[in-house]
Design a protein around this ligand. Sequence first.
Ligand SMILES: Nc1ncnc2c1ncn2[C@@H]1O[C@H](COP(=O)(O)OP(=O)(O)OP(=O)(O)O)[C@@H](O)[C@H]1O
Ligand SMILES: C[C@@](O)(CCOP(=O)(O)OP(=O)(O)O)CC(=O)O
Length: 311
Amino acid sequence: MASESQNWVFMVTAQTPTNIAVIKYWGKRDETLILPVNDSISLTLDPSHLCTTTTVAVSSAFHQDRMWLNAKEISLSGGRFQSCLREIRARACDVEDENKGIKITKEDWAKLHLHIASYNNFPTAAGLASSAAGFACLAYALGKLMDVKEDESQLSAIARQGSGSACRSLFGGFVKWIMGKEDNGSDSLAVQLADEKHWDDLVIVIAVVSSRQKETSSTSGMCESVETSLLLQHRAKEIVPKRILQMEEAIKNRDFASFSQLTCADSNQFHAVCLDTSPPIFYMNDTSHRIISIAEKWNRSEEAPQGQMLF
Ligand SMILES: Nc1ncnc2c1ncn2[C@@H]1O[C@H](COP(=O)(O)OP(=O)(O)OP(=O)(O)O)[C@@H](O)[C@H]1O
Ligand SMILES: C[C@@](O)(CCOP(=O)(O)OP(=O)(O)O)CC(=O)O
């Protein structure tokens, strides 16, 4: 390990944007590995907008793994954090800083402790995919710190074990999370469909209708939907596979009419599945409904200049 007797520290800072699903992930076939019941497609936001900044540090002076989220210490004992830490540590490589005379070997990483500080520049756990940006950033920053050689898709399968939607934030642009077939989740990962330059006149407007923590988290909400919603089963088997193909085509051709129609239909169906869940889950409020009405009216009006407005 370090050749010097004094304490030393290595750190890496990364920034990762959140992503917004246009074909939604809602429902798992494996709760621990976080394997979904359908493929999903998303757009990654510009990093200058909603994003997570995470610093990961390793030091000879640290005696336990610790994490601070938005300046408040949180527990790392949960299975999701532990899975990400374990998977990255298992792939760690030798890291050397000749100036400081420090070398950390693969074996050392298992014994050394980490301090992690993460900050979301938008409301956490409020329905704006903080877990997506958060776990993608964590996997990426840890991968850099430990010189992990895996590519973005392989890292996405690790971020997925923190939060499903996180796997899609490893890439910019349009991203597909392939649900995979394997029981061990090795083929459940994200791939980039098109980069951020592909459709550069597409504008995303995020309207924050509430900054309050959601009453039902995505994790527990989708678990209840899997158990009780027949619509979810129908959606996963009969609807989403066709929609994924249509959405890929719309993105490839920058076909805004199809893209917006599919996005709105899928968003509405996701909320319908939530209502079909027992007890029903309500993620929209009066302001959300009013925004949808305005977008619908705008889309029907002759003044709509450049195609449609989404919600
Ligand atoms: N920066 C971060 N780093 C690591 N974990 C985070 C970070 N931000 C949020 N999380 C984790 O994600 C959880 C919130 O996830 P949740 O799915 O409930 O909300 P959301 O992702 O903001 O909303 P949604 O998934 O519905 O869009 C937090 O309780 C925390 O465990
Ligand atoms: C509605 C969604 O945003 C749900 C996201 O759910 P999460 O990825 O937050 O759930 P877990 O895997 O349990 O952490 C749709 C989507 O992003 O595809």
